[in-house]
Ligand binder design. Sequence first.
Ligand SMILES: NC(=O)c1ccc[n+]([C@@H]2O[C@H](COP(=O)([O-])OP(=O)(O)OC[C@H]3O[C@@H](n4cnc5c(N)ncnc54)[C@H](OP(=O)(O)O)[C@@H]3O)[C@@H](O)[C@H]2O)c1
Length: 233
Amino acid sequence: MRIGVIGAGSMGGILARHLASLGHHVSIANSRGPESLTALAAELGATPASVVDAAKAAEVVILAIPTKAVADLPRGLFAGVPSSVVVIDIGNYHPELRDGHIDAIDRGMLDSQWVAQQIGHPVIKAFNNIFAESLLEKGVSRGTSGRIALSVYGDSSGAKAGVLRLVDDLGFDPVDGGVLDNSWRQQPGTPAYCRDLEAAALRRALAEADRSRIAEYRAEQEARIRRSLGHES
Ligand SMILES: NC(=O)c1ccc[n+]([C@@H]2O[C@H](COP(=O)([O-])OP(=O)(O)OC[C@H]3O[C@@H](n4cnc5c(N)ncnc54)[C@H](OP(=O)(O)O)[C@@H]3O)[C@@H](O)[C@H]2O)c1
């Protein structure tokens, strides 16, 4: 498959490396242009590209950039992109730590709904609820005991089925979480968030989440990150 990865940091780099090693043709882009990616792309087995080319030449586009950066993507980036192209949003909104406040999300829009609105193309939510280290190291073959499960949310069952297959190919048990409007269940700080759970435990944790606590979960997660960075006791 032709896969465009927009964002060449921790997550974009790992996804590009693993997807290229599975035999996909991966283009990778960042904010500074393809010239800045020559060495990294060669090491990952990917092709350096502009953001526009990564979005336009692919069957699957992965957005692996900070949430606030979605608003900085070129205007109309997905305008001519066929509706069959699957866009995966792996982002997490961190208003205090990184993104600044985005009013619509603060007022209750889900992270990925906001992303879909910004880019004018539907998105599938996946890979936001696994830390980079686990994505890099913990994928194992199907049937291995203790295999980590990853949930996927989206409104198009066809698009979602493709992403569930990618999850499996990357070494994780795929779990269909439902429609995008339920993707809050794996936003930052929820019981299922980045806990490296097996499928049954992941389903239970997703079910435990409480929609009225979205903002509280997010704030708790930001506080955890701050503590882990040593910014607070
Ligand atoms: N790290 C994790 O463990 C983890 C886990 C799950 C989900 N996530 C989420 O995944 C997303 C990416 O995280 P990350 O840790 O990979 O971030 P990162 O290491 O900071 O990398 C961010 C990448 O985005 C690129 N970028 C920024 N603005 C851009 C723009 N306007 N156009 C094109 N590229 C742009 C940067 O390119 P330049 O360097 O050229 O600016 C960089 O390559 C975030 O939303 C994060 O919350 C992270």
